[in-house]
Design a protein around this ligand. Sequence first.
Ligand code: TPP
Ligand code: MG
Length: 834
Amino acid sequence: METNRIIKTPNGKYSFSFEEILSDYRLAMRSRLTSLLGRKEVLTGKASFGIFGDGIELPQIAVAKSFQKGDFRTGYYRDQTFEMAIGNVNVTQFFSQLYADHNLKNEPNSGGRQMNSHFASRLLDENGKYKNQLTSKNSISDISPTAGQMSRMLGLAYASKIYRNNKKLDNYSKSFSKNGNEVVFGSIGDASTSEGVFFETMNAAGVLQVPMVVSVWDNGFGISVPRELQTVNNSISKALAGFSSEKANQGISIYQVEGWNYLNLCETYLEAAEKTRNEHKPALIHVTELTQPQGHSSSGSHERYKSKERLNWEKEYCCLKKFREWIIQNKIAQNEMLDNIEEEEKIFVEQSRKKAWNLYLDPIKEERNTVVQLLTEIKKTTQKTENIGLLIHSLENSISLNRRYIHSILFKALLLLANEDSKEKEKFVKFYDEYSARFSNVYENKLYSESEESPLKVKETKPIYSEKSEIVDGRVILQRCFDHQFATNNLFFAIGEDVGKLGDVNLVFEGLNAKYGDLRVTDTGIRESTILGQGIGSAIRGLRPLVDIQYLDYFLYALQTASDDLATLHYRTAGGQKAPVIIRTKGHRLEGVWHTGSPLGVLLHALRGIYICVPRNMTQAAGMYNTLLQSDNPAIVIEVLNAYRLKEKVPDNISSFTVPLGIPEVIRDGRDITVVTYGACCKIALEAAEELEKIGISVEVIDVQTLLPFDSTGVITKSIKKTNAVLFFDEDVPGGASAYMLQQTVEKNNAYHYLDCMPRTLTAKENRGAFGRDGDFYCKPQSEHMIEACYKIMREREPKKYKDLFSSQKKIKGASSLESVLILSSDSLLISTK
Ligand SMILES: Cc1ncc(C[n+]2csc(CCOP(=O)(O)OP(=O)(O)O)c2C)c(N)n1
Ligand SMILES: [Mg+2]
């Protein structure tokens, strides 16, 4: 067989040697055999679930030909051939992930945390620092929500635009970018293009002109639902026709190519990638006529929803079959040679599988043997000889061995030995504790940054004031803080709706766009998810984005991206990737259903992994930004929406003072009750505390400052030790963030023992805040409500001293407090309602 011959692509521009073509065939075959064997492993119970890339081998080999060092892949669970082709995943590693091997050496994508085919390269070193991204082929960790990869895809490509156009960043050309030449190769399934975020991303990419090559793998189905029920005009390239443009610096280039046509695929990708790399014009490549030889995944079979004709067509148009026919037709190789390749690959794939299985199982077997040994020693001294013997037998003969099973045997033995004391038992308990701790840590760590750059390690620098400290509107404090950051940190940029020309709706960025230019202070479209995605992608690539979400109420559009992608990134890669994005938004107190938002319970539930800062004023906010910009964990900062015009003193060290995260601040000393609050409620709590002082009730007010992390040094518990009573006060719904603060304080930080009355919460109503002054009064907690709540706590403790001040006949419905709110009777407190 001649191997020095070449074949040219239809336009004659590119050519491939026979050797390269046969090597591609080998890789396609390797990947296909991996899929076939992978499914078997699931069906025989060695793995819980499997999803594979069979049917898309050829197009992915074509993409890989354009992929260069420094480029990024961000796609979904079908990209196995692509990952193999760029050398990021080998077959053994593929099976290690299928078996959920937690050892990062075996399973570097996620350390066993993610389902199979959720790929990621390790972009950070063991200390959590960025590695050089220009010497590797980079792959961003996949997530399961289909289309969830789109927002960050935009950001990864946007980073190339910034690196190319901001000449002050040339220093970073050694490790992050070479003149912004890096292309982002994205992928998505045909059905998942129905998601809104797909269109949002493609629109933004066309507007921004960023180097993104998006492949749509079109196999005609999203599980069982056919394309005609997914896509207008039954074709994503037709649907997007209005996005396309052949003009320079405008729109998107759209291509369509059959997924079984090797030469056309290679040519299309090489051409598209080259253009995108040079011109930063985004491209969409609609790869049609793809098949799923094994159906969607290991759960279910496609024979249930595909017609016979379709199944027959899929057999005929299988890209591997077509590739083979083409190779033979073009006399590149004969059947025998291709059969040999297949045989060799069968052996290789099976050997790789076996290796992965042994890597996974051997340590577990060793742990099993240790437990058997420990139990055998115990058996000699215990009265429960027979029962322990049975446990040993089960462990030695278990068919499916895993740590969960070993743990359950250990636990059963501990219960049996509950009333015994012996040296052997002591040893056994010690082993149990260590074993549990070791594996809890394996599955729990790296939710937050553990690096030297963690915000928790930033030392506090207090604000300094002097006689010359100016008093200004709160917004000006932030403006000066950001001005300094723009001036001193070229990696820092801010994007969002109205932040550019206008300088933010609250004028926090006033004048900064004129001073620093469009690349640093940048207007965006109204598209919260992809604004955040721009931040995520560019932070992954070493930049320091601040993404501005105009109001907290509209953050819900970005919540899916924040929760599924940003919050999980460090965890799901077991510390392999990070995106230190800062989300700036404004919330709490204003008026109206969509401008009073304070859904902190929602955020607390959805955003573990992201720090949540709730500053009470702009000075605290500035200190938090200063902290966050020195560190590497993502965070959201929620500024108080109605406080930009309140006067504050500018610290002399505005550019360098820092607020530590997780340390509440006692903002008023008191003896009788601890009130725990944050954000806009701090001001109300201080007003109420002053009124309470007048009737002899002394309230200590604590601003938690950050909800995540929450009171890491026990400031609140220390206060409760003194007051023996606590009220958690915020403007979220009942049982929202107040319930979280209560759990953290009473249970986690052990305040229960110091309470002499029930811990209470004071919150807004269940409904959203109505518009107008009265709407606000009846929907959100006011100082009157806090006074009443505190008075009731005092009355509960000392009923003789604190008389019933409220007439029970005059109950009205107000903001929800401890019980229903009562109108003040004539003999009640005199409350100032200023
Ligand atoms: C947001 C979201 N909805 C539903 C699912 C469940 N699901 C997983 S794969 C899939 C079909 C995706 O089809 P397509 O995008 O065409 O990709 P294909 O599997 O065909 O390659 C669905 C509905 C999911 N993972 N994420
Ligand atoms: Mg599909």
